[in-house]
Write a protein that binds this ligand. Structure first.
Ligand SMILES: *Cc1c(COP(=O)(O)O)cnc(C)c1O
Length: 344
């Protein structure tokens, strides 16, 4: 396993020795009863970092999105979102199954759904239509190549939503990648949103966990929903301790992942200028478009695997996703690029 270069996702990192030590030594209590000091500290730290009143530790980003959407929107109301939003495609239909929410999609441009699109789509309010209860944005945007939702546009969306009285949810699974890519503090995007969730288990490198941040009132509703979904955890300080190390040591390091992704993208662009959108590679993801080559995504994935490089390809896809992370070094990046060039 260890000489494989795993570019499938930034979720594949394993806990560092420092995380394992923190886990072993964590002070814990029953978090369902509110007495896990390590969880409580991480929640306070996160809320303060993102400039929010309160925070709630949840097992996954998917649950983070669900408890926020559920806290903001009653069943039968609609969520306006990007047509490639993560929660629309990759969370098992949770918002429909568990929350009774309707998703109304807007065609995304890169990471963005624009304030003009949002303004045109928010329903004016009538007994005949569903109520537009949430506008959701995603930053960085997974299916849009890990690209950043520009802060100015996020502010404009927030402004339209404020005028119309519709709350904004930010799926910030990789929000700190946006900070690392732009130098804009994560809290600036957080300020555009009523609720947000971010993941410790992506680029930050923790084994488990996400955080929801919002007002005390919304977090209290989210807390009830977490319980309903079975996400109340007992001595969760064991995982919160690793998440804390991830937050303290993982954010600044993300620039290295971004540099490695850029290296991969530039190397591939040398091979064929049409196989990557260089301008779209802003963070730690590279989508390789296979149309210039006579290979399917699954064929390429299998060939790369024979050479020790793991990638993610969905059946029928015309692109392969490469993701850099803490366990991919500069040397690994060069080696992966050599393999890609050879195989393509
Ligand atoms: C990974 C991801 C999630 C969900 O996180 P899980 O912990 O895998 O449930 C949500 N949103 C985005 C944008 C993601 O990339």
């Amino acid at each position: 396993m260890d000489d494989l270069i795993d570019l499938r996702s930034d979720t594949v990192t394993r806990p560092t020795p420092e995380m394992r030590r923190a886990m072993a030594e964590a002070e814990v209590g029953d978090d369902v009863l509110g007495d896990d000091p390590t969880v409580n500290e991480l929640q306070e730290m996160s809320a303060s970092l993102l400039g929010k009143e309160a925070a709630l530790f949840v097992p996954s980003g998917s649950m983070g999105n669900q408890v926020c959407l559920g806290a903001l929107a009653p069943p039968g109301s609609e969520v306006l979102c990007h047509d490639r939003a993560h929660f629309l495609h990759f969370e098992g239909g949770a918002a429909a199954a568990h929350l009774g929410l309707m998703m109304r999609t807007l065609p995304g441009h890169g990471a963005v759904i624009s304030h003009d699109q949002v303004r045109a789509a928010v329903r004016p309010g009538s007994e005949h239509t569903p109520r537009t209860a949430v506008v959701a944005i995603e930053n960085t945007h997974n299916s849009a190549g890990g690209s950043v939702f520009p802060l100015e546009e996020a502010r404009a969306v927030a402004e339209v939503c404020r005028e119309r009285g519709v709350p904004v949810h930010l799926d910030g699974a990789r929000l700190f990648n946006a900070q690392a890519a732009t130098g804009v503090p994560a809290r600036e995007w957080a300020a555009c949103a009523d609720s947000l969730s971010f993941c410790f288990s992506k680029g930050l490198g923790a084994p488990i966990g996400s955080m929801v941040c919002s007002t005390a009132e919304i977090v209290s509703d989210a807390h009830r929903l977490r319980k309903r979904l079975g996400g109340g955890m007992r001595q969760a300080g064991v995982i919160a301790a690793a998440a804390r190390v991830a937050l303290e040591t993982g954010v600044e390091r993300l620039v290295e992942d971004h540099a490695n992704a850029r290296r991969l993208a530039e190397g591939l662009a040398d091979l064929h200028p049409d196989c990557v959108d260089l301008a779209g590679v802003e963070t730690n993801m590279v989508y390789v478009d296979l149309q210039p080559f006579s290979k399917s995504a699954v064929e390429l994935r299998d060939l790369l695997r024979e050479h020790g490089v793991l990638t993610l390809a969905f059946p029928g896809a015309t692109s392969v996703r490469l993701v850099t992370h803490r366990d991919v070094s500069n040397e690994d990046t060069e080696r992966a690029l050599e393999v890609l060039k050879r195989v393509l």
